[in-house]
Write a protein of this length. Structure first.
Length: 434
């Protein structure tokens, strides 16, 4: 048993006993109130899921096992003091609740490289898809094609006991994370470089290898990918992609099936697809104004025109956050170090000054501040990754870290199938006294 796997087993057994005791001894404790508004408004804020990996606070932002993004940038292992944290370290933290050492991270990185073997059958499936299919469609199909290798599915069919589900699930999770960059890069090269595939470099870490296989070999791009794949990795359990994956996994579907379901949610305009919409909207603004260096007044007028047309300004607002997204701040800090003089990034910075007062002045916007999507596309564009339809695939590679770590904990804790009740409109009207 690998070191990480044995450490997880040591953690999971007592926590599973704690959860079982909590259910048995305190199952009738009331922890929240459900209102008609909360149900019709998308169940926002209802305490309904157990998620160990991270928690999103409206005022403080995302915390991974209690650590904020600035704290993680300081504490997680890096290859050098000037570098960005390695996502392998964040996975370790989410899985075990402890800050890893550099040796711990290097062990995970080595293991993921060894597990990054993709069957030829998966490539055949991807090659059979039309060239005009969306990269996220390819990504989801590729994930499903990997499921033929599921160790959990094999163990379940062989009759493994419930308390041991986590063991084969762990093998799937580790294999899957190792395979994901290979699948993503293959799709990128297929769509945008005539299928000219680049082999992995065994000397590189997980993030840098993704950039390398996509065709980008530069130390700054490696740093960007480490940052990107870390800050997009998790957002607690209630967002669409994480929740969809959790829901499907609760039926004991294998990690591949479950995560593919999450990716279909991530592809939606109100979720991960927003990073593409930000770039498209800015490009529309540049085209209409007629300059790549618009003034703040020109930006202001275009924003007003967008709102006047009944549209939203993409990249602004958040279902939970009520402050500037710390992931936005992390990317802005990165841009300040490495992307000086970039006109697109200057527009993104100007929007940060212009948009919040406009939205705040409307009097009905709960959060006028930017989210992670407001910045990510401009950084990728700066380094020549201009294929916006692929951006959500990168998001999907990163999000696997948190979702799969959480999914593994679900199996270790023996969580039950998710099955909330639904009611008719007449029932709600009766409750409202109508």
């Amino acid at each position: 048993m690998s070191s990480l796997k044995s450490k997880f087993a040591e953690k999971a057994v007592p926590v599973a006993a704690e959860v079982k005791s909590l259910f048995k001894d305190h199952g009738n404790t009331v922890i929240g109130q459900v209102t008609i508004e909360s149900v019709i408004d998308g169940m926002k804020g209802i305490p309904a899921l157990l998620t160990l990996t991270s928690k999103l606070d409206a005022q403080e932002g995302i915390r991974f096992r209690g650590y904020s993004i600035p704290e993680l940038q300081e504490k997680l292992p890096k290859l050098s003091p000037q570098d960005e944290p390695l996502p392998e370290g964040l996975f370790y933290l989410m899985l075990l609740g402890e800050i890893p050492t550099l040796a711990d991270v290097q062990e995970i990185s080595k293991e993921w490289k060894q597990r990054a073997v993709v069957p030829q059958s998966v490539y055949k499936v991807l090659d059979a898809l039309p060239m005009d299919s969306a990269p996220m469609a390819d990504f989801s199909v590729g994930i499903l094609a990997l499921a033929t290798e599921s160790k959990f599915l094999q163990a379940y069919n062989a009759g493994v006991g419930k308390k041991d589900y986590w063991d084969s699930y762990y093998e799937d999770v580790m294999n899957f994370i190792g395979q994901l960059p290979v699948i993503a890069a293959y799709i990128y090269r297929k769509h945008y470089f005539n299928g000219n595939v680049i082999a992995a470099d065994p000397s590189l870490d997980w993030s840098a290898n993704l950039a390398h296989m996509m065709g980008y070999d530069d130390p700054e791009i490696y740093k960007l990918f480490r940052l990107y794949l870390t800050i997009h990795a998790d957002h607690e359990g209630g967002n669409v992609s994480a929740h969809a994956a959790h829901l499907v996994a609760s039926a004991l579907s294998n990690p591949y099936y479950s995560y593919a379901a999450g990716m279909l949610g991530l592809a939606g305009p109100l979720h991960g697809y927003a990073n593409q919409e930000v770039i498209a909207w800015i490009q529309d603004m540049i085209k209409e104004i007629g300059t790549e260096s618009p003034t703040k007044q020109q930006i202001h007028d275009f924003c007003e025109k967008t709102i006047g047309a009944g549209r939203v300004i993409p990249g602004y607002g958040h279902a939970v956050l009520r402050k500037t997204d710390p992931r936005f701040e992390a990317q802005r800090e990165f841009a300040g170090k490495y992307c000086k003089g970039d006109s697109l990034i200057q527009i993104v910075n100007d929007l940060y000054e212009v948009v919040p007062p406009i939205l705040g002045g409307l009097g009905k916007v709960k959060n006028p501040w930017p989210n992670v999507d407001a910045y990510s596309g401009s950084l990728l564009m700066h380094y020549g990754i201009k294929e916006a339809p692929f951006y959500t695939v990168l998001f999907g590679v990163s999000r696997a870290l948190g979702v799969l770590a959480s999914m593994l904990w679900d199996r270790a804790l023996g969580l039950q199938i998710e099955r909330p009740s639904s009611y008719t409109l007449e029932w709600f009207k009766e409750k409202a006294g109508l």
